[in-house]
Design a protein around this ligand. Structure first.
Ligand code: UDP
Ligand code: MG
Length: 329
């Protein structure tokens, strides 16, 4: 198997047929053997039925169903583990990542690159707020993280088998995939592309989720926030000491006129705020540590229907025209 394509799917019944058509047009033209793994991340619409229908038409399609909605990062991790291709391409279901770029990515892989990042030159159909907040976030992340994480590179990318093996071997539960892809290293190449608007349906990643993802990204690639908290504490303590000396001397030398109520309030509020902020920062790390320590699996698989092309025993039957796809294998 040369190429595996992983598609995380959450309520994408509207776009799946069109995605499938465009994807297969490209994959068949590439003429190599391929598989497409659709990962159903607990969809509540007809996505699963659509996938099954697509699977009946095309022997290279596998359907991996998770037991519920685990989020895109987990769906991607599940998909990557299910692949067997010499290289793997991760692509969104909503057609924001054009499948027509796959040949270019494969060319880069054949030239010896292990990770081919797809950099968004433009973001059509995305709000000003999203573009700006994304820009600020990537700027901050890269200042904090020791591994450079390419800006404006989504999950659309190609990974060689050894890069996938490295990702699969990572035991962590907090999976900020964009960071993990970069962490892997090897020969990375970044290509530019124009990101299309969503073909149909609505974005599933709301701002609250993205905020969580942003915190995941920062906390799993940097402990600078903790250091900032401790430096802030050190500064505040230093200032407090200096002020103690200053006010003591002042009281001793000039007597104590009870004034300075506003200063007092400001000082209390500032320090109280900084205290809570620092505790919040520690809490973000601690909470993640807590989740890691539970050692729960990243996701649970409901069923995985292998592509026909990967079922050696049934291949003959498939060639004979048998269309039934046994479930649960
Ligand atoms: N997705 C998923 N699980 C989720 C949310 C999203 O598998 O809980 C999939 C979704 O079906 C799509 C991809 O992740 O294929 C990207 O989602 P979306 O378009 O909502 O995000 P954005 O383009 O804003 O990053
Ligand atoms: Mg999208």
């Amino acid at each position: 198997m040369t190429l595996s394509v992983v598609v995380p799917v959450y309520n994408e019944a509207q776009v799946l047929p069109e995605l499938h058509r465009r994807l297969l047009a490209v994959l068949h033209a590439q003429a190599d053997s391929f598989e497409v793994i659709y990962v159903d991340d607990g969809s509540k619409d007809d996505s699963v039925a659509v996938m099954r229908a697509l699977q009946r038409e095309e022997p290279g399609v596998g359907v991996l169903r998770l037991s519920r909605n685990f989020g895109k990062e987990a769906a991607l991790s599940a998909g990557l583990r299910a692949t067997c291709g010499a290289c793997v391409i991760v692509i969104d279901a909503d057609l924001q990542d054009p499948p027509e770029l796959i040949p270019e990515m494969l060319r880069a892989w054949r030239d010896g690159h292990d990770v081919v990042n797809m950099h968004r030159r433009s973001r059509e159909g995305e709000t000003w707020f999203k573009t700006t907040s994304a820009g600020l976030f990537y700027g901050l992340l890269n200042r904090l993280s020791q591994v450079p994480i390419p800006e404006d590179v989504g999950d659309f990318r190609l990974l060689s088998r050894r890069a996938v093996a490295a990702l699969n071997a990572m035991p962590e539960r907090n999976r900020y995939m964009k960071g993990l892809f970069a962490w892997v290293g090897f020969g990375q190449l970044t290509l530019d592309y124009d990101r299309d608007p969503r073909a149909a349906g609505v974005a599933k990643q709301n701002y609250w989720r993205l905020w969580g993802l942003a915190l995941d990204g920062i906390t799993s690639f940097s402990f600078v926030p903790l250091r900032v908290a401790s430096m802030g504490g050190l500064l505040a303590a230093g200032l407090a000491f200096a002020l103690t000396v200053f006010y003591s001397l002042k009281a001793l030398l000039y007597g104590d006129a009870a004034q300075g109520f506003p200063t007092l309030i400001v000082a209390i509020l500032t320090l109280g705020g900084l205290n809570l902020l620092a505790m919040g920062v520690i809490g973000e790390y601690l909470g993640r540590l807590f989740m890691e320590s539970k050692q729960r699996p990243l996701f649970l698989v409901d069923e995985f229907t292998l592509p026909l092309t990967r079922r050696p025993v049934r291949r003959a039957a498939a060639a004979a025209g048998a269309q039934d796809v046994q479930e649960g294998s």
